[in-house]
Design a protein around this ligand. Structure first.
Ligand code: FNR
Length: 344
């Protein structure tokens, strides 16, 4: 409906123009152990990696953001262009709008036209999977010829939105039913509040192929809703929940290494990506850091990705890691509040 579609534009505008980050993902509490004798050539370091059977040029995932309104087509085209160019994974935003209104499907399908060989992920909410089943899931995958389907969990946002889905019952069973004979791998993702070890166990049990932690400390959906609403009551509700959730690094401590994991939520540099991999993530994911450059130009986005890749490469050099497999074994120091939470 046009409400879903215009909400998408509101979100892009708010995320570009306002402060929508809250709390801390915990990366400042993590330090990679420096290798004073790297004994390798920086230029020979290999960033290539595998994820769900696909080959990526670097361990980076551009997390789901947009689509669903004609004005978002150009943003998705630019994101797909750099994903193809650097071999990054890319998720599109929720495809609900296009399943309700097929005339906006092109704002999603543009990603496959632009990046024929990229690792692309379709996106639906757990509530849509529960209410529409495998039918919608298949249509979402077909729309972009996806390599995987992300099912997002965003109950923090739903709780604060007046028009939100307030009934969360039956989502786990619906995910399990879908995974049973769905041919495309399913990634279950949070959207900024993180996943605990107990929840991860349920998600693996349901048959998911990967988990995107979507931890707290980056984009806060409570902050986005606070900016969007004019209602005083909703505003104060959102403000109470600004930094709600499991910080990304803590979520990684609980779930990292239990299967293919994407660490998203407050990942803000190539050093953060390297830290996430050393802590058990397969890929580092980012949404907000790519949004502004993607709204600007191809060149701005290409430069932003280039900067992050150079940072990953330097962090690998300085930990003596010649490959992502080596980086996964790099040692870290963890201090402060993050360490305290991990000990609980
Ligand atoms: C998002 N995110 C998101 N996630 C999802 O599964 N479906 C979606 O439609 C959207 N839409 C969306 C729009 C915008 C503008 C942003 C910034 C984010 C959530 C995103 O994929 C990610 O989980 C969080 O934003 C946390 O990562 P960052 O932003 O802290 O790097």
């Amino acid at each position: 409906n046009t409400q879903t579609s215009s909400r998408k534009l509101d979100h892009l505008r708010i995320c570009c123009e306002h402060e929508v980050e809250a709390g801390s993902a915990g990366f400042e509490d993590v330090r990679l152990v420096h290798e004073a004798l790297p004994e390798q050539d920086l230029e020979d370091i290999r960033l290539e990696t595998e994820f769900l059977g696909a080959s990526l040029g670097a361990p980076i995932f551009i997390a789901a953001m947009t689509g669903g309104h004609p004005a978002t087509t150009e943003v998705n085209r630019r994101l797909a262009r750099v994903a193809g160019m650097f071999g990054l994974g890319l998720g599109v935003g929720s495809q609900r709008a296009a399943l309700e209104h097929p005339d906006v499907a092109e704002s999603f399908s543009v990603v496959r036209d632009e990046a024929p060989n990229a690792f692309l992920c379709a996106n639906l909410g757990a509530v849509q999977v529960r209410d529409h089943g495998a039918g919608w899931a298949e249509l979402a995958v077909e729309m972009i010829d996806a390599d995987a389907l992300c099912i997002h969990l965003n109950f923090l946002q739903e709780a604060i939105q007046p028009e939100g889905d307030h009934d969360a019952r039956g989502c786990l069973a619906a995910i399990a039913e879908l995974c049973e004979d769905f041919k495309t791998p399913v990634i279950v993702k949070e959207t900024g509040a993180g996943i605990s070890r107990e929840t991860a166990r349920l998600i693996w049990g349901a048959g998911a192929a990967a988990i995107d932690l979507g931890g707290a400390g980056g984009t806060s959906w409570a902050a986005v809703e606070v900016e969007r609403t004019e209602d005083e009551g909703l505003r104060s509700l959102g403000e109470r929940f600004l930094d709600w959730g499991i910080p990304t690094v803590v979520s990684l401590g609980e779930v990292g290494g239990t299967g293919p994991v994407i660490a998203t939520g407050g990942v803000r540099s190539g050093i953060d990506v390297a830290k996430a991999i050393a802590l058990g993530a397969s890929l580092g994911g980012m949404a907000l850091p790519f949004l502004r450059p993607a709204m600007q130009s191809d060149e701005a986005l290409e430069a932003a990705v280039g900067t992050i890749l150079r940072e990953v490469r330097a962090a690998m050099f300085l930990t003596g890691s010649g490959s992502i497999t080596d980086l996964a074994k790099a040692r870290t120091y963890i201090t402060g509040k993050t360490r305290q939470m991990l000990e609980i």
